[in-house]
Design a protein around this ligand. Structure first.
Ligand code: NDP
Length: 350
């Protein structure tokens, strides 16, 4: 079969492309400008014509529909993955929140679905990379979230506070509204669409870098956080008390492939998460690996941290991912080891 991957040059998307090619799929990847295709072609040159790269400059603009015809023809499944709207400098006015964050997120998602409806007669399934940002709400007490939960609070924060809303609420509102728009689109067009929808909701995604990144400063947002925490830029209190939940990028890519393959996954949003962490857990994972390799090159962090006593306020029930996808997870030790090796190869770690 043939799979379309949008934003194919991104941190997550390039791993999806890799997993698909490894499993024998043909892949059509979209990028926003010609130059972004060079690295992709280089990485996957062994696959020859199995990988096709097309330029779609602005996925939210209807005028690129003729391009979409090309994009979607003969695609059996599409992984409409990978557009991110995390701005490095979050917008400040209410109007820029709407124009730079919410509208592109929603229109990007519905634009892809509309295009698949209009031009993708052979498309059987669409997989969208949402986020646990569309699931969680910050609570004072520890809580377990499932796919039944929707992040209404961030939408309310942005609606009432506008520019004063916290940057994370702006991002979370955009993800929640984009995912909701996708489900609404499928519901409204159920009489005429030939595909079903799977939405994956990952928490923070970490792991080795396969996409084009020239320096550690230009990593994608989640890996910038990872690097800041493990390279000694954060204090002991931060390391022991701040964290979230995570999944390795390779598992998330695998989940996208499974989401295409598993018939029963259709119509579901699915949380995919290895589990919660505090940043010191990454320090410990790195230390364990460094001890084995006898070359501790990164700071050890907070030596009084006790993992068993850490309080994780947000946890996820991942039973659905287990049942529908059979997804297994790479451990924090393995992930840490692989990222450190990857960063050493890139000479980002001496
Ligand atoms: P990256 O920044 O590495 O990749 C983002 C991709 O989206 C790039 O291909 C980028 O193209 C493209 N893109 C950005 N803006 C637009 C736009 N307006 N129109 C079309 N394409 C656009 O991000 P990640 O791989 O980390 O994230 C991918 C997706 O996963 C996002 O939807 C994100 O919200 C979601 N996600 C990520 C998490 C994480 O921790 N990384 C956690 C949970 C969800 P270009 O290179 O041309 O800018």
């Amino acid at each position: 079969g043939k799979v379309l991957v949008t934003g194919a040059n991104g941190f997550i998307a390039i791993w999806i492309v890799k997993k698909l090619l490894e499993q024998g799929y043909s892949v059509r990847g979209t990028i926003r400008s010609e130059s972004k295709g060079k690295h992709l072609k280089e990485v996957f040159k062994g696959y020859g014509s199995k990988l096709e790269i097309v330029v779609v400059e602005d996925i939210t603009k209807v005028r690129v529909c003729t391009d979409y015809r090309r994009v979607y023809s003969r695609s059996d499944a599409i992984g409409a993955s990978t557009r991110s709207n995390i701005p490095h400098h979050p917008p400040t006015s209410a109007r820029t929140i709407r124009t730079t964050l919410i509208t592109p997120a929603v229109q990007g998602t519905t634009g892809i679905l509309r295009s698949a409806l209009q031009h993708g007669a052979s498309v059987k399934r669409v997989v969208i990379t949402s986020s646990t940002a569309a699931v969680l709400t910050q609570d004072p007490n520890p809580r377990v979230f499932s796919e039944d939960n929707w992040n209404e609070r961030s939408i309310g924060e942005v609606e009432t506070k506008g520019r004063e809303a916290a940057p994370f609420d702006k991002y979370r509102a955009s993800k929640t509204l984009a995912e909701r728009a996708a489900w609404n689109f499928v519901e409204e067009n159920k009489g005429s669409i030939g595909f079903d929808l799977v939405v994956l909701n990952p928490p923070f995604v970490y792991g080795p870098i396969l996409h084009a990144v020239d320096s550690v400063e230009n990593l994608n947002a989640s890996m910038q956080d990872w690097w800041a925490a493990v390279s000694g830029k954060k204090d002991n209190k931060f390391l022991a008390t701040v964290g979230s939940s995570w999944i390795d990028v390779r598992d998330l890519a695998h989940a996208h492939v499974l989401a295409i393959q598993k018939e029963a996954a259709g119509g579901n949003r699915i949380i995919v998460s290895e589990g919660p962490y505090k940043w010191q857990d990454w320090e410990l994972a790195i230390a364990v690996n460094a001890a084995h390799a006898a070359e501790p090159k990164l700071p050890a962090g907070n030596s009084s941290y006790e993992p068993a006593k850490a309080v994780h306020y947000i946890r996820y029930d991942v039973a659905r991912a287990k049942k529908l996808l059979g997804l297994e997870y790479i451990s924090i030790q393995q992930s840490a080891k692989d990222v450190v090796e990857n960063f050493k190869e890139k000479k980002w770690i001496a």
